[in-house]
Design a protein around this ligand. Structure first.
Ligand SMILES: *[C@@H]1O[C@H](CO)[C@@H](O)[C@H](O)[C@H]1NC(C)=O
Ligand SMILES: *[C@@H]1O[C@H](CO)[C@@H](O)[C@H](O)[C@H]1NC(C)=O
Length: 321
């Protein structure tokens, strides 16, 4: 803290000696005190939230791992090294490859690497994780369309048989590359309520991307929405990626890195996460279960934008430091 204070107060002192007006010095000091108070609040908020438990719903943005792991002191050996398909390798399975190293690289007091290291691991013990959960949420129909059109993972080719097959450590998406997709509406039914599933099914024996996973109900969605409101230290929206990353840093501190704002793996060339899929493909089908969860997430997100003074304008200034 002393070091922070010194580095902040030095410019003020040099400014004061150049400029003799006492009012300017006073204003500078007040600004510095304000900045220090903000930094203390960020530090305290982050301490309370740690260890962070990231719940990663499929197709909400794997690159969020960068924001978590590059918080100061979290995974120190990563330094300014971005995690993505190019730096980790493993094609569409890069995140799962990286998570295998997670425990050896990251401080368990700061980030709780999912164990077993499944990328889309659900909430595993809500009463213990409450207040530590972080995650990005996405419009449910868009999430499902993105999953369907993700040719690298080819989730839409998953069947009960090939899902449980052992591909000897090979990435499933690679093995299933040429396997035809099932019809969209059939796929949509298997992904329906997927965010709800990860939020309420503790210790499930079937993972969320398993096409035979149990269905969830509206009652489950209401509980999931309650957990979003009460159990999450951070809620972001995939559609509002840049504002979400900025909000995260305004809440918890740490520098904004340029690579946090990059979509590491668009579903197909030219597609970026802030472009919507045409929902007409769903012919009126709609995920009315996860809709409840997404509404809760949007509400929390918008409230925090106001609370932390996050906007396109404030973020350009905040993240350019
Ligand atoms: C969940 O966490 C609580 C509090 O840490 C602990 O008492 C309980 O045993 C845990 N439950 C399971 C099923 O691991
Ligand atoms: C929000 O940030 C802007 C730009 O930094 C600042 O001018 C404004 O006073 C802030 N508003 C609040 C309520 O903190």
């Amino acid at each position: 803290m002393l070091a922070v204070f010194l580095s902040l107060s030095l410019p003020a002192i040099s400014l004061a000696s150049r400029d003799e007006e006492p009012e300017t010095t006073m204003q500078q000091m007040q600004l510095l005190q304000h900045q220090l108070a903000l930094e203390r609040a960020e530090e305290r908020r982050l301490k309370e939230a740690q260890p962070l438990h990231w719940i990663h719903f499929p197709k909400t943005g794997s690159s969020f791992v960068n924001t978590i792991t590059h918080l100061p002191g979290t995974c120190p050996s990563l330094a300014n090294h971005a995690l993505n398909e190019d730096t980790v390798g493993g094609g569409a399975c890069w995140l799962s490859r990286w998570l295998e190293q997670c425990q050896g690289v990251c401080n368990v007091d700061k980030y709780s690497c999912p164990q077993p290291c499944h990328v889309h691991y659900p909430v595993s013990n809500y009463s213990a994780q409450r207040g530590h959960l972080v995650g990005m949420f996405r419009d449910p129909d868009q999430r499902i369309l993105s999953g369907y059109h993700d040719d690298a993972n080819n989730f839409a080719a998953y069947t009960e048989d090939n899902f449980n097959q052992d591909f000897g450590g090979k990435c499933k998406g690679e093995v299933l590359e040429k396997v035809p997709k099932k019809p969209l509406l059939e796929f949509a039914e298997t992904w329906k309520g997927g965010m709800t599933y990860q939020l309420v099914m503790e210790h499930p024996i079937t993972l969320t991307v398993n096409p035979s996973r149990p269905k969830v109900t509206l009652r489950d969605a209401l509980e999931a929405a309650r957990r979003v409101r009460e159990g999450f230290a951070f809620v972001g929206l995939t559609e509002q990626w840049d504002l979400s990353i900025c909000l995260f840093h305004k809440m918890f501190g740490g520098p904004c890195h340029a690579f946090e704002f990059e979509n590491t793996r668009p579903s197909y060339a030219g597609k970026s996460a802030d472009q919507d899929y045409d929902t007409a493909q769903l012919q009126g089908w709609h995920d009315d279960i996860d809709e409840v969860v997404y509404a809760a997430a949007s509400e929390v997100f918008r409230r925090n934008l106001i609370l932390f003074n996050v906007s396109k304008e404030t973020c350009e200034e905040f993240c350019s430091h």
